[in-house]
Design a protein around this ligand. Structure first.
Ligand code: FE2
Length: 280
């Protein structure tokens, strides 16, 4: 067994997206700050509605998947496929934009705390133009596994024999939410060959046998190996773990479109302008 080490830390930086939602962006903060197949990780958290009320009004996507995981507050989703959803605490929305979707993601509350994540996960060329798909996953459908002095919520992939609601697919994503008590150690197999990273959204942790520090609110990219080891700091930690099979294809991003070539980006823009982005 080879335990992965912490290879690179990408700190999160304050950013604003949609109609002015304040958030912190780690992966995706620059063209270089990516980890194939993962394109972006945004964390949004605020007690001040002015930071989030404007939401993410109608906007398009093509060529990848967006995964929204709410911790606090509510987000209402509407899309061009006629899907509507109301994400509450602990709920996940797994949206495969593929050929195209136009959607809005709007906070529903006018006061109180809003906290959650949006992850962008790339698709291989052969799946970029397949029909869009949308999945609402209620918190009750996400298994929670006891692991020593901690628990692991398995949103995607599998952890110690427990499989989450999303599994398989070309990138075989593993999306775990680790809740670790002070000093707790979590050691678990992770598929060899997957690219993986961690993000401590509460507290701090050390990673690997050489105990490299994973700072608060930073993406920690892991080396290759077939296992991961995380130890929470003395105040405990909550850490997202993401792993996926790298796609290893050329990639061109233009805002909400992620394709393989510049021509495909131009086609996406033309389709959006012509109103045919989402048409089969
Ligand atoms: Fe979106």
């Amino acid at each position: 067994m080879t335990i992965r080490t912490l290879q690179k830390v990408i700190p999160s930086i304050p950013a604003s997206d949609g109609a002015g939602v304040k958030l912190r962006r780690s992966l995706g903060a620059s063209q270089l700050a990516r980890h194939d197949p993962f394109l972006m990780l945004d964390e949004f958290y605020s007690d001040d509605p002015n930071d989030y009320l404007a939401g993410f009004p109608s906007h398009p996507h093509r060529g990848f998947e967006t995964v929204t995981y709410m911790l606090d507050g509510h987000m209402q989703h509407k899309d061009s496929g006629g899907n509507t959803g109301d994400l509450g605490p602990g709920d996940v929305q797994w949206m495969t934009a593929a050929r195209g979707i136009i959607h809005s993601e709007m906070p529903q509350q006018t006061e109180g705390r809003m906290r959650g994540f949006q992850l962008w996960l790339n698709l291989p060329a052969k799946e970029k133009m397949k029909p869009a798909a949308y999945r609402d996953i209620p918190a009750s459908a996400i298994p929670s596994v006891a692991a020593g002095k901690g628990t692991v919520k398995v949103i995607a992939g599998s952890f110690q024999g427990t499989t989450g609601p999303v599994h398989g697919g070309s990138t075989d994503p593993q999306y775990w939410d680790l809740h670790l008590e002070p000093g707790a150690v979590l050691e678990a197999p992770l598929p060899a060959g997957h690219n993986a990273f961690l993000y401590a959204y509460e507290g701090e942790a050390v990673v690997g046998e050489d105990r490299k520090a994973l700072p608060h609110r930073a993406a920690g990219l892991l080396s290759q190996g077939d296992a991961v080891r995380v130890q929470a700091g003395d105040k405990g930690a909550r850490v997202l773990l993401l792993a996926g099979k790298p796609i290893r294809e050329p990639m061109v991003q233009y805002g909400p479109f992620v394709m393989n070539t510049r021509e495909e980006i131009e086609q996406a823009i033309a389709d959006y302008q012509a109103g045919t982005l989402t048409a089969p």
